[in-house]
Ligand binder design. Structure first.
Ligand code: NAP
Length: 508
């Protein structure tokens, strides 16, 4: 029997002292190696959370391996090895950090044993107990990682279609460390767009993706279609992407109202240069600015100085259209809903983005509007050759009357839920074309152009030439309550909002 035999686990002071010393060294080594982590002097005091034991049963106490860890497949040594002797045993301890999970632990190996017999149970228990309190550290970015590096994720999901307040619920699940071509990503910002609500209500052409892969017995679907996520771990087969990169999902329907996700590397479009950008800017680039961009370019070849007219001009798409048009030399006639308060401020706001004219829906439907248009367009010499409609109803007719012959009116939304009815004369005698545009379809069919478009808009954003929409951020931490998140989604249905709802992920 060794000197450790028959002693209770706590009575192995030499071993405890050795590994505790190693831990202190690990902490200071990490602090030095990763100053940005701002690790303080001891694990417990510093934002590191001890979240349980990742110390699997000590394997047969062979000369070589005492500790193994499945998450340790790609790791690097951050301190040691150093040796300590107690009761005739020599233990070599090395601390390592996993590249995939960010977990830190101490690997201890017997290099010399005093006795030929295997160490006792007391010795083994001492190892485990020590490990459970000292070696599983969490990075201070507040990731919740369980034993073996499983990421703890939360999703805002539905089990059936309906009103968001009735069907959305928060669901928690874990994500295993990625392998092969898989990535684990942490979401940074995900907007709440009108189409997301329509999808939950079941009135959108694409249905949410229901699955049982998130650990539920009945299928659920995660809400949201847009957002930006950071890669926090990558499988060994992933090429050209790395931890810390930001990406947006290539296709709609992934479900972006979630703290974390696992996806295939080819599902993510990496943002090549994230410098100078906020997550909220990257997280809102792929739907609204893209829609505005394509609609201004793909239906009519507007020449510099020519006009387009749009309703819903203060929407995300509308604001993007105003700014892009300004940069490309087109003029914009912008229609917003009349409101009791804040009308002058709204007009001023849109003009500051580059709007040439801002009018209310009531003005457009009034008798004097024709003269106003004439004056704006230099007596009609600067034709309005494009119309953009996201509202519907009679307003579209009133807009279409002012279009030049052979112009296009592109419908991309139906905020008023009113149908568009057209006077046949506009079709027959003026040859006005009525088209529709859907960015999801366009993006799926043009992945490369989408990437180029995203980079272009992000470059403009970085240069201060493209401003983000006003936002109403909702912070989503790991412990944020379901009600708060659901309320944010439901609130998006209200009109006259001061900003777009967006989940900004904090301590997840
Ligand atoms: N087809 C596509 O590919 C595509 C892509 C992106 C967006 N969209 C659509 O474009 C529209 C705007 O989206 P967004 O994300 O830019 O919106 P957003 O930023 O959330 O703004 C919503 C806009 O809708 C207006 N609005 C709300 N309720 C209205 C009502 N009952 N009648 C008239 N206007 C109303 C708001 O005006 P107030 O300030 O006056 O309330 C605001 O201008 C939505 O219909 C969306 O589905 C379509």
């Amino acid at each position: 029997m060794t000197g450790l035999d028959n002693k209770p686990a706590t009575a192995c002071p030499a071993l405890v002292k050795t590994l505790t010393k190693t831990l202190a060294k690990v902490t200071s080594t990490i602090t030095a190696a990763f100053p940005s982590l701002k690790v303080r002097q001891t694990a417990r005091q510093q934002g590191f959370r001890v979240i349980g034991s990742d110390w699997p049963p000590v394997r047969a106490m062979s000369e070589q391996a005492v500790v193994s860890n499945p998450a340790a497949t790609t790791s690097r040594v951050v301190s040691g090895p150093e040796e300590a002797t107690f009761d005739g045993h020599v233990v070599r301890s090395t601390s390592v950090i996993s590249k995939t999970t960010g977990l830190v632990w101490v690997k201890a190996t017997f290099v010399k044993r005093q006795h030929t017999m295997a160490p006792s149970r007391a010795f083994t228990t001492a190892f485990r107990r020590l490990a459970s309190v000292s070696t599983i550290l969490q990075r201070p970015q507040h990731r919740c990682i369980s034993a073996y590096g499983y990421e703890q994720a939360k999703v805002l999901a539905i089990q059936s279609l309906g009103e968001p307040k009735d069907v959305l619920h928060l669901h928690g699940h874990s994500i295993s460390p990625p392998h092969g071509d898989l990535l684990t990503v942490r979401f940074l910002a995900s907007p709440i767009n009108p189409a997301d609500i329509n999808q939950i209500q079941g009135v959108y052409p694409t249905k949410p993706t229901f699955t049982t892969a998130l650990g539920t017995s009945d299928p659920i679907a995660v809400g949201g279609n847009e957002g930006v996520a950071e890669i926090i771990a990558a499988g060994s087969g992933v090429k050209g992407m790395q931890k810390g990169d930001w990406g947006i999902m290539k296709k709609q329907g992934f479900g972006t109202w979630r703290t974390h996700a696992q996806c295939k590397a080819d599902e993510l479009m990496v943002v090549k240069d994230k410098s100078g950008l906020k997550p909220e800017q990257v997280g809102t680039v792929s739907v609204n600015p893209m829609t505005a961009y394509r609609m201004l370019k793909d239906f009519v070849r507007l020449k510099e100085g020519e006009w387009f007219v749009q309703n819903g001009a203060n929407s995300g798409v509308g604001r993007a259209a105003i700014q892009l048009a300004r940069l490309w030399g087109y003029k914009s006639l912008n229609i917003v809903r009349r409101r009791e308060q804040g009308m002058a401020e709204l007009k001023k706001d849109l003009k500051s983005l580059g709007a040439d004219a801002v009018v209310t829906d009531e003005e457009v439907e009034s008798k004097g509007f024709r003269d106003q248009v004439k004056e704006l367009t230099n007596g009609g010499r600067e034709p309005i050759r494009l119309g953009l409609n996201c509202v519907g109803g009679s307003l579209v007719n009133s807009m279409a009357k002012h279009l030049a012959p052979s112009a296009h009116m592109v419908t991309y939304g139906a905020m008023s839920k009113q149908p568009v009815s057209l006077p046949t004369g506009l079709l027959i005698f003026k040859d006005i074309h009525f088209d529709g545009f859907w960015v999801s379809k366009w993006s799926n069919e043009n992945p490369e152009q989408k990437e180029a478009c995203v980079s272009e808009v992000l470059d403009l954003t970085r240069q201060g030439k493209f401003k983000d929409v006003p936002m109403q951020p909702v912070t989503w931490d790991y412990d944020t309550k379901q009600d708060e998140l659901v309320q944010a989604v439901q609130g998006t249905l209200e009109g006259f909002r001061s900003g777009k709802g967006i989940f900004v992920f904090g301590k997840t």
